[in-house]
Design a protein around this ligand. Structure first.
Ligand SMILES: [Zn+2]
Length: 360
């Protein structure tokens, strides 16, 4: 994403009827020249710290906007780089509205594989050291969410209790592997411990987002993020289908489909054409190749935002909400909504025992 933010496409870059556009567009969603506007952004501090004045550099609004920064713990773990907690904190102070504590994710815990409890405990110890340094140097600004790892009751309990005396503004959870169960468990746990400002990492897909949106009733502010919309677009040119977000069309040079028009009426697809999405890396200037990926990413973000708006409105009627999800075959999603409500009624541990078996 960072690459694509660097330039603004000119009118020549889009294969469109010139009469439709009389101005240039920027490939973001927060400036006056955006194709559409949205009021929140999350970046990883690991990338953001390359610009000391990131907020100013990218013209990110100061008012009516939520600029959130992940700590970069994931990059520390996967790219084997070192970041100092004070460095992250200083950068966050100067740039963001909400930051996260610098965690050290368990080494053998990828998005799909859950590692041993011993490694998990080691990661908690390393993370706590960072949290203590940040806590000592933190003056209350920006808001800081304490990252809690784990997707089962025993692991959540371990990490939470181990770092309990370090009270920040709220909590951020990182359920792994990401699925309906681990997401519902972490949200029920967050409700159980009573923090009111909560973030969940990577809570985005057609089947799991409805759980996050349903759980917003338990918190003052519940945020979540997605990298799917951008990464699948910039890497693979995957264009999510507006009426079935679990399916996508892969554009790019390899596209052999027969579509003549984009089957979407979002602001991006009203401007762009299939040709704009098919430019292959290397065949044109890098700038143009990146334009194709960025446009698809913006389309993906827009159709997901529409899905969220729809879910948020529908969730006021919990019966209609469940009926809709069941009609999409999202039975497990609905089961997890029931678990969230059960945990609210009988308490986290009793609900957990009933639905997932004994807490180890
Ligand atoms: Zn579109």
């Amino acid at each position: 994403m960072q690459k694509s933010l660097k330039f603004k496409p000119s009118i020549k870059d889009l294969a469109i009827d010139a009469l439709k556009i009389e101005r240039e567009y920027s490939l973001d969603w927060w400036s006056h020249s955006s194709i559409f506007r949205y009021n929140a952004l999350m970046v990883s501090s690991f990338y953001g710290m390359k610009w000391g004045n990131f907020r100013q550099f990218y013209n990110i609004p100061k008012n009516d906007f939520l600029f959130v920064a992940d700590s970069g713990g994931y990059q520390v773990s996967t790219q084997k780089v070192a970041i100092e907690p004070t460095e992250v904190l200083n950068w966050m102070e100067a740039n963001v509205d909400v930051g996260m504590t610098l965690d050290v994710p368990p080494l053998d815990m990828s998005l799909k594989v859950v590692g041993t409890f011993e490694n998990f405990k080691l990661a908690a110890r390393h993370s706590k050291r960072n949290y203590e340094i940040m806590y000592k140097n933190w003056n209350g600004k920006p808001e800081l969410l304490k990252v809690i790892q784990g997707g089962t009751a025993d692991r959540l309990d371990y990490w939470y209790n181990f770092t309990k005396e370090l009270e920040f503004t709220g909590l951020a959870f990182s359920p792994k592997p990401v699925n309906e169960e681990t997401l519902a468990i972490t949200l029920a746990y967050a409700n159980h411990v009573g923090d009111k400002k909560v973030h969940v990492f990577l809570g985005t897909s057609e089947n799991i987002s409805p759980i996050t949106i349903y759980a917003k009733k338990f918190f003052d502010r519940l945020t979540f993020d997605s990298s799917t919309c951008t990464s699948s677009a910039t890497r693979f040119r995957n264009y999510f289908l507006p009426y079935n977000l679990s399916k996508s069309i892969t554009f790019g040079g390899q596209y052999k489909g027969k579509l003549k028009h984009l089957s979407c009426s979002c602001p991006v697809c009203k401007l762009a054409t299939i040709d704009d999405f098919r430019i292959e890396k290397g065949s044109h200037a890098t700038k143009t190749a990146s334009l194709a990926g960025s446009l698809i990413a913006l389309h993906n973000i827009y159709v997901y935002l529409q899905y969220y708006d729809f879910l948020i409105a529908l969730s006021d009627d919990e019966e209609a909400y469940r009926t809709f999800l069941l009609s999409r075959g999202l039975n497990n999603t609905v089961k997890m909504l029931d678990f969230l409500d059960l945990a609210e009624q009988v308490g986290f541990y009793d609900a957990y025992n009933k639905v997932f078996g004994q807490v180890p």
